[in-house]
Write a new protein. Structure first.
Length: 384
């Protein structure tokens, strides 16, 4: 066996794969399969419907219940339009940091997992260690569910899943869930001098946005959890487009909506509220003008929330391992919600700062990578 690679050496190899969500990740999957084979890793692929992407599950040790699972996504956000000072797909060193697309979000954690393989191979494992690497996290955590469900239903369901999103190696035991999508309003175009004869899609969309604003206000008086900032659920509209010309009644308008909900708020009920408003309040007047007018919703993704675990002993074990006194909650979503929904206790803990994610010249401190390898290695030791 050749000399094992360090986390930064593994990371340089992973960064070289331009695994933006619009591209295939199969070359990277094959490279990871080749890297784990000398250490006894057994691989299962979970391909997408098109066959151009796959989740990868790597298992070390016996296929029995218990053990730990380390999970992260292989896809990264695009670099186009960003002011990078060098090739984003060639990792480079800058003092005590390394720079490259995905070094923080989140190929750094994948590299740390790979750097634990010598410790895994040397350990007489009584329970398994798994790597679960996913695709399409950056477009709404849409790739991981089938793999998470398979693992949760298998005979080797782990006692813990660690999702290595950048948290500065702080323990996160809760995050908001939610739903994202587009609303499409189809109107009837005509000359703007006679608006009552037509259906103005922009005006209808504005009424629907106003209803979403009312929902947002109501959320502040709803369930709250102090772990989050803000502690209540949120909903908002972040993109809108519509109309062709200033003197033509707009035929089309579309807007992107997103919600982030805390435990105690049902995201489906929130969606049903504004969908019913569209169907019961807005569409009847539209269809009196034309049956072709209407409103359509496309739900792009749904991310399950991660509720705080009731396993106090597990949380205490992890806090002691990390040298921390209390876990945190975050308002963004991760794949941890999918693992928890599959019956696997899940937490978020990974190297790097979320503020560095998605930025030009994305970077991470080498010390964060070293700290992560140390924590993961100690978790591997619990599987002896």
């Amino acid at each position: 066996m050749t000399q094992p690679l360090t986390a930064t050496e593994h990371l340089a190899r992973l960064v070289a794969f331009p695994t933006v969500s619009t591209a295939s990740n199969l070359d990277m999957v094959a490279a990871i399969e080749a890297a784990v084979a000398p250490f006894g890793g057994r691989c299962r692929r979970f391909p997408n419907a098109a066959g151009d992407k796959a989740n990868l599950l790597v298992t070390f040790g016996p296929e029995v219940p218990g053990g730990v699972l380390f999970s992260g996504h292989m896809d990264v956000v695009p670099c186009a339009g960003q002011d990078w000072t060098a090739d984003p797909w060639t990792m480079r060193h800058a003092g005590d940091r390394v720079i490259g697309r995905g070094v923080t979000d989140m190929k750094g954690f994948l590299a740390c997992c790979l750097a634990t393989m010598p410790a895994i191979a040397a350990a007489p494992l009584a329970r398994p260690v798994h790597f679960a690497f996913s695709y399409d996290e950056e477009v709404g955590c849409t790739g991981v569910p089938d793999m998470a469900q398979w693992i949760g239903a298998s005979a080797m369901r782990p006692r813990l899943a660690v999702i290595g999103e950048p948290s500065n190696m702080e323990l996160i035991t809760a995050h908001k869930g939610g739903m994202i999508g587009w609303a499409h309003v189809k109107g009837v175009p005509g000359h703007s001098s006679q608006p009552d004869k037509y259906v103005n899609a922009v005006m209808v969309a504005a009424e629907l946005v106003a209803e979403i604003t009312r929902i947002s206000t109501d959320m502040k008086a709803g369930p709250q959890l102090d772990l989050f900032d803000p502690p209540w659920s949120t909903i908002q509209v972040n993109q809108i487009k519509g109309g062709l010309h200033g003197n033509i009644v707009a035929e089309d308008c579309a807007f992107f909506w997103e919600m982030r909900v805390v435990p105690g708020t049902d995201d489906r009920a929130v969606f049903d509220r504004f969908a019913r408003y569209a169907a019961d309040v807005l569409e009847p007047a539209m269809k009196r003008i034309s049956d072709s007018a209407g409103i359509r919703f496309d739900v792009m993704a749904r991310i399950p929330l991660l509720a705080p675990t009731d396993d106090a002993a597990l949380v205490a074990e992890l806090l002691a391992l990390l040298g921390q006194t209390a876990p945190r909650g975050v308002s963004y979503g991760t794949e941890a919600g999918h693992f928890a929904a599959a019956g696997i206790p899940a937490v978020v803990c990974g190297p790097g700062d979320i503020a560095d994610a998605h930025q030009p010249d994305e970077s991470i401190a080498v010390a964060q990578l070293d700290a992560c390898v140390g924590v993961l290695t100690r978790l591997v030791a619990t599987c002896r």
